[in-house]
Write a protein that binds this ligand. Structure first.
Ligand code: MG
Length: 451
């Protein structure tokens, strides 16, 4: 069966694959799957958001569901709303997260506010492809009401999970760059509640993303990095379009790679409670070192935030996340949360009484190198199989692609989920060694394609 949901919901280019017609049918399928009850609906500020949200709402109501419209809020805010309203069946978020301007998407949430498990997505896909929609009669169609209080409740939820006094006492200066995304309606207010002096860039919601593209990469954050230095700020924070990710800039204006912020936060979380940490197979060894040092245990999963969140829930993890700034604090909720990540990072800086650059420098240092090798989609499975054969006498991990361990580093080779290529990630203590490992990984892919 063809899939409707990808690794992060349904995504597409507006007017081509992401249309009002698709949104109505997806709304009908989700509504039919839930059967009855109430769901929350939210969106990011993309220009097609109002159109797609209304189409999904119409589909949901036509199947008999009641809809609570939360308006334009971050995805983790909608997830928190569902999680803290036990009567709800689930939720729907209209967002394309970090994707460029022309995209939008539909994400379905379960009753815990988590991204739906694959089995539940499959049930919705079956209804959708077989067009087995439930159509309520005149007296059974659902109603729609708004709840403008979701953002405030979400911020109170975050504030309940950090040491407010420790942060407020430091009166930190923070520059926030929400990318004109959904974080505009929460992050500046969160910072103010934490006693910070707040400066923003790209701080008004605008689905045209006039300031920068929504993905918080080093290439897109030049203005933030410059502004942190000019404002003599303690740090800068950037979100993606729906603010479930947070990436930081230190007080010298340097971009802090996501594996480092992940490691700093893991160290702090484990210091209090110890425990299990979950991360994908592609995350840097810096996290492994920090977790081991803190007496914790690290579990690796396939790449993708839903699988990280599910594994954390199943194994009772203390902390988890990805190197792209998507970090999960289970005491708050089992999903990536950019606002919670920001509040926790401020707590780390405030309590350490050392600047962020010094904290990052205290971590074990690694060099990561990336490459890509073209592999036709129809050769993907055969190439992966041949790869496993080529490395069968070595120490490998095959959770997602093939990860080869060497005494002084590792190389991971995995097929891209969206493009006709294999990605190669290599890490070692020196850039030279990481480059050599990456070259070896790329060479193995080229040999496997021909095998
Ligand atoms: Mg996102």
């Amino acid at each position: 069966m063809t899939r409707l949901f990808g690794t992060n919901g349904i995504r597409g280019v507006v007017g081509q694959d992401m249309t009002a017609d698709l949104a109505v049918r997806v709304g009908r399928a989700i509504g039919t799957h839930f059967g009855s009850g109430t769901v929350a609906l939210a969106r990011d500020p993309r220009l097609s958001g109002p159109m797609l949200a209304r189409a999904v709402a119409a589909g949901l109501m036509s199947s008999g569901l009641e809809v609570i419209d939360l308006g334009m809020v971050p995805t983790p805010c909608a997830q928190y709303y569902v999680h803290t309203h036990p009567g709800l069946k689930g939720g729907v978020v209209i967002t394309a997260s970090h994707n460029p301007r022309e995209f939008n998407g539909i994400k379905a949430l379960d009753a815990q506010g988590m991204e739906m498990a694959r089995e539940e997505e499959e049930a919705i896909e079956t209804i959708y492809f077989e067009e087995r929609y439930r159509a309520a009669d005149w007296s059974g169609v659902g109603d729609l009401r708004s709840d403008p209080g979701a953002a405030d409740a979400y911020l109170r939820g975050i504030l309940a999970h950090v040491d407010l006094e420790a942060i407020r006492k430091r009166k930190l200066t923070v520059v926030a760059d929400p990318a004109n995304g959904a974080g505009c309606v929460t992050t500046p207010y969160l910072l103010r509640a934490l006693g910070c002096r707040v400066l923003t860039i790209n701080g008004q919601p605008d689905g045209a993303f006039p300031g920068r593209l929504p993905e918080p990469t080093v290439e897109h954050l030049e203005n933030l990095m410059r502004m942190v230095v000019e404002a003599k700020a303690d740090l800068g924070v950037a979100h993606d379009g729906d603010a479930d990710r947070a990436i930081f800039v230190d007080e010298t204006g340097a971009f802090l790679y996501g594996d480092k912020s992940l490691a700093l936060l893991a160290r702090s979380e484990l210091a209090a409670h110890g425990g299990l940490v979950v991360t994908p197979v592609s995350t840097s060894s810096v996290l492994e070192d920090v977790v081991r040092e803190a007496g914790g245990h690290l579990v690796r999963t396939r790449v993708g935030s839903p699988i990280v969140a599910r594994t954390m829930l199943a194994q009772g993890a203390a902390f988890g996340g990805e190197e792209n700034g998507g970090i999960i604090f289970p005491a708050h909720q089992f999903c990536r949360d950019g606002g919670m990540t920001l509040a926790k990072m401020l707590e780390v800086v405030a309590k350490a009484d050392r600047p962020l650059s010094k904290l990052a420098a205290s971590l074990p240092q690694y060099s990561l190198q990336k490459q890509a090798v073209e592999v036709p989609v129809d050769r993907r499975e055969a190439t992966l199989e041949a790869l496993v054969g080529l490395v069968k006498d070595r120490k490998v991990e095959t959770i997602d692609g093939v990860k080869i361990y060497e005494p002084d580093g590792w190389v991971l080779v995995r097929p891209s989920g969206t493009e006709p290529l294999f990605r190669v990630y290599a890490e070692a203590k020196t850039p030279e060694r990481a480059r050599a490992l990456a070259a070896e990984g790329a060479d193995l892919v080229r040999r496997a394609v021909r095998a």
